[in-house]
Ligand binder design. Structure first.
Ligand code: SAM
Ligand code: SF4
Length: 331
């Protein structure tokens, strides 16, 4: 039993924090950002000290796992120093990063040294032209070199993340699994979520369900159900005869809400209790009104948790229900 002091009204214990360290990014993935994205003024983004204060409050309240995300976390200046401080915290069982991989060639070894245990690397296509369409940046080679650099550093785990869209990259599902199997990596396939308004594609046409992706994989590989569970919207299968786990992230399904163990803090310091709801508590204002008051910060987080919604409801139609972009909340 976890000793987390963060228990919501539905009896769920919060042990997992996703901490976004920037809303900026060197890519402009079509499902995530517009090309002319307007980013928050720097003064509105939590400083490295404020990010650490937030993480420290959650650790004091019993959080055991932190995933650092963004935007692209590795474009945040000074991040390695922050990670080293978090990596030194013995209360944490797991420190992870979600990255687009573009900076891993230079940073992978420093991340491992800082105490990062696991990496998630986003990779939607293995074809250069398609990758450039997805990311609006011609950087496939750089990302693949980043994957290789990371493999050499001895992380506890590396997982690829692929958003699959019908007619755009659904024919690459087998190639992506083969890429992961050959390198001993895990891979998760993500259904696109209706976050923010996008202009490049119509989501109700490109939506590709996890069930469809799994059927495609099973035409080539045997998938054995795995009991690996994260408390999030992922279900895992083992690729028979390999060390690779395949995950399916189905954010449209709310049948994982009952075991939800996580909250998010945006780069602007908003505590988001549920990805599918707008409700958020402004931790930045609180910290700037009461600098150094760790007890007040912890109490505010505990109070906010009483408002965590029981479940979310996403739909796949074009009506945008949650106006935030994923890059603001952190994936
Ligand atoms: N920049 C990093 C990256 O790309 O891995 C971290 C942040 S990104 C927002 C985290 C994850 O969210 C990525 O795997 C990305 O593919 C996914 N993502 C972004 N927008 C999404 C959307 N609308 N639906 C589903 N997944 C999305
Ligand atoms: Fe950047 Fe990640 Fe969003 Fe792509 S998914 S635009 S890499 S934040």
């Amino acid at each position: 039993m976890s000793d987390s002091r963060l228990v919501d009204p539905f009896g769920r214990r919060i042990t997992y924090l996703r901490l976004s360290v920037t809303d900026r990014c060197d890519f402009r993935c079509t499902y995530c950002m517009s090309e002319d994205m307007v980013f928050a003024p720097r003064a509105q983004i939590l400083s490295l000290e404020e990010l650490y204060a937030v993480a420290d409050a959650f650790i004091a309240l019993g959080v055991k796992r932190i995933r650092v995300t963004g935007g692209e976390p590795l474009v945040r200046k000074g991040l390695v120093g922050l990670l080293a401080k978090l990596g030194a915290r013995e209360e944490l069982d797991d420190l992870a990063i979600t990255t687009n991989g573009s900076q891993l060639q230079t940073l992978a070894a420093q991340l491992r040294e800082a105490g990062v245990d696991r990496l998630n690397i986003s990779l939607d296509s293995l074809r250069r032209d398609r990758f450039a369409e997805f990311a609006r940046r011609d950087r496939l080679d750089q990302v693949l070199a980043g994957v290789e650099a990371a493999r050499a550093c001895g992380f506890r785990g590396i997982k690829l993340n692929s958003v699959i869209q019908k007619g755009r990259n659904d024919d690459e599902v087998i190639d992506l699994v083969a890429f992961a199997v050959e390198r001993g990596l895990d891979i998760s396939f993500i259904e696109e979520m209706p976050l923010g308004s996008v202009s490049s594609h119509q989501r109700e046409i490109t939506f590709c369900s996890s069930d469809e992706v799994r059927e495609r994989i099973e035409a080539r590989y045997t998938l054995v159900p795995s009991d690996h569970a994260t408390g999030g919207p992922s279900r895992y299968w083992q690729v028979a005869g390999s060390g690779t786990r395949v995950g399916f992230i189905s954010p449209h399904s709310n049948n994982f809400c009952g075991s939800c163990n996580r909250v998010r803090v945006t780069a602007e310091g908003k505590l988001v209790l549920c990805l599918g709801h707008e409700g958020a508590l402004d931790l930045k204002s609180l910290m700037r009104r009461h600098p150094g008051d760790a007890e007040r910060l912890r109490q505010a987080i505990m109070d906010a948790l009483q408002l965590k919604p029981e479940k979310h409801h996403f739909r796949t139609d074009e009506q945008v229900q949650v106006v935030r972009f994923m890059s603001m909340t952190g994936g």
